[in-house]
Design a protein around this ligand. Structure first.
Ligand code: GLU
Length: 550
């Protein structure tokens, strides 16, 4: 067959050659060892935590080497697309402080010289390369219908042969030019397939930067390059885009490992240098039902969606810090040794990533987040809480804005000292945390070992000793003295030795005061709380509690 004639028949509108295109995408001028990586999601609007993880790993890898990190939108599957899906992704990674050097910025705008960065705008580029493969006899049109393909498959299964479109089963490999011309004239839909040079008895090897050396059978399938609408498959688009855009390291989910033989073959057939691959294992979760592990699921686990972290208000710094923990298990140790250094200084390595899939643990994230938040200043906590509340809790935002100084003082309690308290794990928690400062309690977690009379007595007495100009040093000794006067042990130890001699100990007394003022058994430092509330409010609350106890 005259391949040139066939190529003209299939691609009459393609006038450029691959070298014309290559000249628009010159080799990147980067220093030795600089890595070019990319995040290449579909514009589904939904950013999975695994996607964020992959983007973060890509960004870290590029940054560390002085390379380039870009965002390419892979919209060749129109079925999966949603409106404003690009914005969801762009915002999703940006909100976590992952900045791109090139790629899509909004639904339509981009930055960088290696675009377009949206695959649907690169149709002519793919077709130019596909036309060239047809000219070289490495690709051909296939008119087989879905029914025909299914019949072939059934036959193969019955004969215990490998399923697919390959070798002798690749019927359209043999099709004549006249037949093709006729079919096209009749408007028959067709795909363009690769004429795979692979052999069933051959194997390929490649070095995955995370998984190590991988060996697999060579690809023999005549895979689809262009679908019936002329849009490329992921495979074909991946090879062309990552070549032209100068990607040195393809970092992606390990669901693509099984396709790697196809991709390596495509790079070969197209005459491109192959990139390095790093396949990330999925983030796993402990499955409560089975006790085993399973992939974090979009359907079952709210924390699978990146939006969850915004909605409940985990600070982005904590999430990234956590992702680094599951990316490189030595990060935690490094962090413990270097608590105040930017995480950018950590020597992140692809080769230290888990081969099996890191286990996602919300408790661990919560821990990291508490540690992060407890080191912020009271002003920072105020600003970040307000920013969160403006987006997710308007009423609370209003309260914070109207009581700015008061709120800052609340957030200042037990903060800025050597051992700051860790009450807040996520911004959502601040609603509960600040609640009793804004409204006197209506319910009370009274200690169970005291009677109502005992408690009233404590509160009556407390009113007489608590003074307007109370100092931190004087306050607790006063409570201790009054406890003793009322028949409570001055110290828990004393009480434990001779419980029969006392009504309780000073801790119980303090507890009653605490509950009367805040409603809660556990709070930050009571003295500081009272300072923030002010003398009159404290006395009002004590009075209210006494009347409730009566
Ligand atoms: N669009 C593919 C995906 O979302 C990208 C895989 C890759 O990074 O190459 O899974």
């Amino acid at each position: 067959m005259d391949n040139n004639k066939l190529a003209e028949l299939l691609f009459p509108n393609i006038t450029k050659t691959p070298s014309d295109i290559e000249s628009i995408y010159p080799k990147r001028n980067l220093k030795d060892g600089a890595k070019v990586t990319r995040f290449a999601p579909s514009p589904t609007g939904f950013l999975h935590i695994g996607g964020l993880f992959a983007a973060f790993i890509g960004e870290r890898t590029a940054r560390k080497t002085g390379g380039v990190f870009f965002l390419r939108i892979e919209d060749t599957d129109k079925k999966r697309e949603v409106e404003n899906g690009v914005t969801g992704i762009v915002k999703g990674i940006h909100d976590f402080g992952i900045e791109i050097d090139e790629g899509m910025l909004t639904e339509t705008e981009s930055v960088g010289n290696y675009g377009p960065y949206t695959q649907s705008q690169r149709k002519d580029i793919y077709q130019t390369f596909c036309k060239d493969l047809v000219i070289k006899g490495l690709a051909y049109p296939c008119f087989c219908t879905a029914e025909e393909l299914a019949a072939v498959r059934e036959n193969q299964e019955a004969n215990k042969e490998n399923p697919g479109y390959y070798g002798k089963y690749a019927k359209c490999r043999e099709i004549t030019f006249e037949e093709i011309e006729e079919n096209i004239k009749n408007g028959m839909p067709y795909v363009v397939r690769l004429k795979s040079p692979g052999r069933e008895d051959k194997r390929i090897k490649f070095d995955d930067q995370i998984k190590g050396e991988i060996e697999m059978p060579e690809n023999v399938q005549d895979i689809v390059l262009l679908k019936t609408d002329g849009i490329p498959t992921y495979h074909f688009a991946h090879a062309i885009d990552d070549h032209l855009m100068g990607t040195t390291d393809v970092i992606r989910g390990d669901e693509w490992i099984s396709s790697a033989p196809i991709h390596l073959q495509l790079f070969n057939v197209l005459g491109f240098e192959t990139p390095r691959y790093a396949h990330i294992s999925p983030i796993m979760k402990e499955d409560e039902e089975t006790g085993g592990k399973r992939k974090l699921s979009k359907r079952k686990d709210p924390e699978a969606a990146v939006s969850y972290y915004h909605e409940v208000g985990y600070p982005k710094e904590a999430v990234l810090e956590y992702l680094l923990t599951i990316a490189n298990s030595n990060f935690e140790e490094w962090r413990a040794e270097n608590p105040d250094i930017s995480r950018d200084e950590f020597d992140f390595k692809l080769s230290n990533m888990s081969k099996a899939g890191a286990l996602f643990d919300l408790l661990k994230l919560t821990d990291i987040s508490k540690n992060y938040i407890c080191r912020l200043s009271k002003e920072e906590v105020y600003e970040r809480t307000l920013e969160y509340a403006k987006a997710y809790n308007k009423e609370f935002a209003k309260l914070l804005e109207e009581n700015k100084d008061y709120a800052i003082r609340i957030f200042g309690i037990e903060r800025g000292n050597e051992k700051p308290r860790k009450d807040i794990a996520k911004w959502e928690d601040t609603v509960y945390y600040t609640k009793y400062f804004f409204e006197a309690p209506n319910s009370f977690e009274w200690p169970e070992n005291l009677t109502k009379n005992d408690m009233s007595e404590i509160l009556e007495k407390y009113k007489t000793v608590y003074s307007k100009d109370e100092t931190a040093e004087d306050w607790f000794p006063k409570v201790r003295d009054m406890a003793e006067e009322l028949g409570y042990a001055k110290a828990p130890k004393l009480y434990k030795k001779n419980p029969g001699d006392f009504k309780g100990h000073v801790g119980d007394v303090a507890s009653v005061i605490r509950v009367a003022i805040t409603g809660r058994k556990n709070t930050p430092d009571l003295y500081e709380i009272m300072q923030v509330l002010g003398y009159d409010e404290v006395i009002n609350r004590i009075d209210k509690a006494i009347s409730i106890l009566k």
